[in-house]
Write a protein that binds this ligand. Structure first.
Ligand SMILES: [Zn+2]
Length: 330
């Protein structure tokens, strides 16, 4: 598990509840930012972690999605990072029409699993989950040379390559986590053969890399950090990326867009990032939303392509067990 997260109770039966908690609370404002002005043309958040609770008054995933709906964020891709959170993601997507799931072992998880001799079991579990309904992507997978030292990289490569193969075998999109590993990620994709729909989640390359991704038809998903003052290089990449390969995400609860940097992030804050992108591109917000929504549906399909499972579509109470962290809607 990524450091600065802790395990909460609940598990996959606790559909309303988060199963991870963000621990980094020092010096941060822990209140959720206010709702932005609603978008006229709805969009999707193509990368979020609703299994991770954050803030002084954590929100259940349904409260998160209700807030998102109220500002024109129509749906989310809920992303797992280990077997347990991937199971949670797949299970929640099965009962929630606004959610589709991505499943994977995060690159920073792979080394510890390899050391424990359980990486192959974990990959087998991901392979199985990737075959479930409403699981539309394999991710987040990739390489992270920032947080994983040299001695963990062989495991990262092995895990990344296995995930690429799973995505291709299952016919799913691939969501890539690339931190300080641009060249190695690109080399691996070219060596193993990239899936037809490949997405760089939280794109962090420069304009040259954006052009290279464009040459291969790889999608670039921009997160709240594109609004940060020190992100001029990232905004140059945004300018260089063809509009038909653009996606947008929150990576919530992390990477909260300006002017709320450091506070808990949530899918309902996606309009802030989108408006920042539109302003930089000197384009109309609705035009950009319409383009990104079309791109998102080409990558993942429609949110109603596979039905939610009626057996789980119970009342709100069924979906919110007592142990769920509850927070009132402000
Ligand atoms: Zn993520």
């Amino acid at each position: 598990m990524p450091k600065n997260l802790s395990v909460l109770g609940g598990g996959v039966d606790g559909y309303g509840s988060a199963i991870r908690k963000r621990e980094n609370t020092r010096g941060r404002d822990l209140s959720y930012p206010p709702l932005p002005e609603p978008l006229t043309v709805p969009v999707y958040d193509n990368h979020t972690h609703l299994e991770i609770s954050d803030g002084e008054h954590p929100l259940s995933y349904r409260e998160q999605l209700d807030r998102a709906s109220s500002v024109g964020v129509r749906g989310v891709i809920q992303v797992g990072g280990d077997v347990e959170t991937s199971r949670w993601s797949a299970a929640a997507a099965l009962i929630e029409p606004r959610m589709l799931a991505a499943v994977a072992i995060h690159p920073n998880e792979a080394p510890a699993l390899e050391e424990a001799g359980t990486l192959d079991d974990a990959l087998a579990a991901i392979h199985e989950l990737a075959g479930q309904p409403r699981v539309v992507a394999v991710g987040e997978t990739g390489l992270d040379f920032f947080r994983t030292p040299e001695n963990g990289r062989a495991a990262q490569f092995r895990s990344f390559e296995a995930h690429i193969r799973i995505a291709k075998e299952r016919g799913l999109a691939l969501q890539i986590h690339d931190r300080d590993a641009h060249e190695a990620v690109i080399d691996t994709l070219l060596r193993v053969g990239a899936p037809e729909r490949t997405v760089f989640h939280c794109f962090s390359g420069d304009a040259d890399m954006a052009r290279l991704c464009a040459d291969h038809g790889w999608y670039m998903s921009f997160a709240g950090n594109v609004t940060f003052n020190n992100a001029a290089r990232l905004r140059d990449a945004l300018s260089a990326a063809p509009r038909n390969l653009l996606l947008v995400e929150t990576d919530a609860p992390f990477l909260t867009p300006l002017p709320y940097r450091g506070r808990p992030n949530a899918p309902y804050l996606l309009p802030n990032t989108l408006r920042g992108m539109a302003a930089h591109l000197e384009t109309d917000v609705s035009l950009l939303s319409a383009q990104i929504t079309a791109n998102t549906e080409l990558v993942y399909g429609r949110w109603d392509a596979e039905p939610v499972t009626a057996a789980f579509a119970g009342s709100d109470d069924d979906a919110r067990p007592e142990q769920a962290p509850r927070g009132g809607l402000a």
